[in-house]
Design a protein around this ligand. Structure first.
Ligand SMILES: [Zn+2]
Length: 409
């Protein structure tokens, strides 16, 4: 049975919660019966029937046939009506835009990867983003009437309530950019906005490895930044001013290098793509042997080349990555000590092509000393690779859609 901390929630929240429990169970366990949903959610079969009746009436859920009888009539089985609605998810990074269009089961039916072209300025990027969205919707061939919204995510800091970007370090000059309203006004579709690390954890909670967990932390380890997102008791934990979970700016070495945030020795100064490239380059210049030793110009070595060498077992590149893994595992231990999540998911573009780094982090975390809660915590690689944050955008759309249905009568 699902356990939810109800506290002092009001009846509308309760309705939204029950609807989410029913909907989520159908999504994750279809085909399923009303009786199974009731048992899982701690609800009566009558209240489940009321909710599923509403979902069927709206065409969101369909009866898919008969299940096995457990005595008496065979139960009618329920499933999600995959093509009843669509959502757009977008991950806007300083380097690239990743856009996905999914059906109501969050299955990707169209995707696009494009350069952000940040150097051309904010107005250009925003205008082009709208053009790409509208073109993608057109090319996907979906019925626009069934598109329930756009979930846009980008680098923090942000004000998610106002839908604005608040000077992310990698977006120079993007101060107080009301990006949600801009996209909504220029595309004509309801738009939702949040920061990328929140999206990373939502994608896992809604569609990925953490779908049965109430307490989830996602690390978003990108080449140029290290963010975090937390779901506690099934809800996003934001802290004051959207400032929670900035794991990249937890201080690991008070005498360390200066961080973009102004402090010294933040985790992000120790875990980033530029540092890995610098350390490998320095070692090569000192005459250490590596598959990269044969290159003519050590100053042009890329992170991609290093990660490929890591994949091929190059000891020098692996030793640098091992050090990165030490710092990530220390960061994870700190997160575990403060929040004690059930599962920590490792996502972000530094990890997509480096399973070695993920596995090394996992083994280092397991070897760390800690209390029994940390020992029983699961650490895994993310599920969705490049689509992680864009699918988090889809989750933002679905979350809002659920809320809207639940308050309609
Ligand atoms: Zn910092």
């Amino acid at each position: 049975m699902v356990h939810v901390n109800v506290g002092s929630i009001n009846s509308e929240t309760m309705k939204a919660l029950n609807l989410k429990i029913v909907f989520d169970y159908i999504r994750r366990h279809e085909p399923t019966s009303r009786r199974d949903i009731a048992e899982y959610g701690g609800l009566t079969v009558a209240s489940v029937s009321k909710i599923t009746g509403k979902l069927i009436e709206k065409g969101l859920v369909v009866e898919t046939g008969e299940g096995q009888s457990v005595g008496g009539r065979k139960p009618a089985m329920l499933g999600i009506n995959a093509n009843c609605r669509y959502a757009v998810g977008i991950d806007l990074t300083a380097e690239y835009i990743k856009l996905v269009i999914t059906n109501f089961k969050a299955q990707v039916i169209y995707e696009l990867h494009s350069d952000t072209q940040l150097e051309r300025g904010k107005e250009y990027v925003l205008h082009r983003l709208c053009t790409l969205i509208l073109q993608s919707i057109e090319e996907s061939g979906i019925d626009k009437e069934k598109l329930i919204g756009i979930g846009l995510v980008s680098a923090g800091p942000c004000d998610h309530e106002k839908g604005s970007m608040q000077s992310p370090p990698n977006f120079p000059g993007w101060d107080n950019v009301k990006i949600r309203d801009y996209i909504q006004e220029n595309t004509g579709f309801p738009t939702f906005f949040d920061k990328d690390a929140v999206a990373a954890v939502m994608a896992e909670y809604w569609f990925g490895v953490a779908s049965e967990c109430n307490s989830v932390f996602a690390c978003l380890i990108n080449q140029s930044g290290f963010g975090g997102g937390l779901i506690a008791n099934g809800q996003i934990f934001r802290g004051y001013n959207d400032g929670a979970c900035e794991i990249g700016h937890t201080i690991i070495d008070v005498h360390g290098a200066k961080c973009a945030c102004g402090n010294y020795g933040c985790l992000e100064t120790l875990v980033n793509g530029s540092l890995i490239v610098k350390e490998v380059t320095d070692k090569l210049k000192l005459g250490n042997r590596s598959v990269l030793s044969q290159l003519d110009n050590y100053d042009k070595i890329t992170l991609a080349a290093i990660l490929q060498a890591v994949k091929n077992g190059d000891p020098l590149c692996r030793s640098v990555i091992d050090k990165t893994a030490d710092y990530i595992s220390a960061g994870i231990q700190n997160v575990a000590t403060i929040y004690s999540p059930e599962i920590i998911v490792l996502s972000g573009n530094m990890l997509w092509n480096c399973d070695y780094l993920i596995q090394t982090v996992i083994s280092k975390v397991q070897k760390r000393k800690g209390n029994k809660f940390i020992k029983s915590m699961t650490v895994v690689g993310g599920t969705f690779g490049e689509n992680q944050c864009a699918l988090g955008g889809v989750a933002l759309v679905l979350e809002n859609f659920y809320k809207e249905i639940s308050i309609e009568e």
